[in-house]
Design a binder for this molecule. Structure first.
Ligand SMILES: O=C(O)CCC(=O)C(=O)O
Length: 271
């Protein structure tokens, strides 16, 4: 399977509309790969809190339009990163107008097949943590070759979320992020830890550049189920393309069956 992680430079000088057009073209350029992954809140910037309300959009808003078309033009599965979602009334438990940090996944036909509202909001009672609502549902998506579990940025610090995704069948974690440079060592360490402890692939796509005064880590990373780094980006905007073998998840779980030795919190055995 071939995946491309688009590590987008998100800075304050480019308008959201211009970035949206630019990113759609970058997705279209990836025709031929199986899966394209974008970062967290690449329209506004993950730390541009003032923009969340102004740029928030419904699930059928302008980013959906652009990403649905880009996915079908390229004929790829597209994890379109996340948007500041303004909930329509009656969507699950959401109050009308509530904001969420919501990831979108498209099929090669451009159909929105899954959305995931970030569960762990970042900010310690400030920023995202007060502006956005918390998601409640784990989300997996069945691709032809692997079952993908979705997570967003700060979620990476919460191993129980990933274990829950494994119990739901996940073999590959796709995480979009806007991770700050200041804590880059945590990013790499935690991505490898989530891969090793769950014997799963981790595809983690962050942003480059500086927005709202916060330099971004870049260094998007792909880790295999044994914890080996298959590919890692540098600090700037970059397309990180990697080939990986989804069958290695089952093989690793078979050869080193640590997941079968779980004693706590086990509902269903991992695949
Ligand atoms: O956990 C971290 O260090 C970064 C998290 C973050 O920036 C986010 O979730 O937006």
């Amino acid at each position: 399977m071939r995946a491309s992680l688009l590590q987008i430079d998100v800075n304050d000088d480019e308008s959201v509309a211009s970035r949206r057009r630019r990113v759609a073209d970058l997705v279209r350029d990836r025709a031929g790969v199986d899966l394209v992954v974008l970062p967290e809140l690449w329209t506004t910037g993950a730390f541009a809190y003032e923009g969340f309300g102004a740029q928030a959009e419904p699930l059928d808003g302008p980013t959906h339009e652009a990403m649905s078309k880009a996915a079908s033009d390229a004929g790829v599965w597209l994890h379109a990163g996340s948007i500041p979602e303004r909930a329509a009334g009656g969507t699950g438990s959401a109050a009308e107008g509530a904001l969420y940090n919501t990831s979108l996944v498209y099929s090669p036909a451009g159909e929105l097949v899954a959305s995931y509202r970030k569960i762990h909001r970042f900010g310690f009672d400030q920023g995202e943590a007060v502006l956005m609502g918390a998601g409640t549902d784990l989300v997996t998506v069945e691709l032809p070759e692997t079952v993908v579990g979705l997570a967003t940025c700060y979620d990476l610090r919460f191993p129980e979320l990933f274990r829950g995704l494994v119990d739901a069948g996940a073999q590959t974690f796709v995480l979009s992020a806007g991770w700050p440079e200041r804590r880059r060592s945590h990013w790499t360490l935690l991505a490898r830890a989530r891969a090793v402890e769950n014997q799963a692939y981790v595809l983690a796509c962050g942003t480059a550049g500086t927005h709202a005064g916060v330099p971004q880590a870049g260094h998007s990373i792909v880790v295999d189920p044994w914890g080996e780094v298959l590919a890692e980006a540098g600090p700037g905007e970059e397309v990180l393309t990697v080939d990986f073998d989804p069958a290695k998840v089952a093989a690793t779980r078979e050869q080193f069956p640590a997941l079968k030795d779980r004693l706590l919190g086990l509902d269903t055995p991992a695949r």
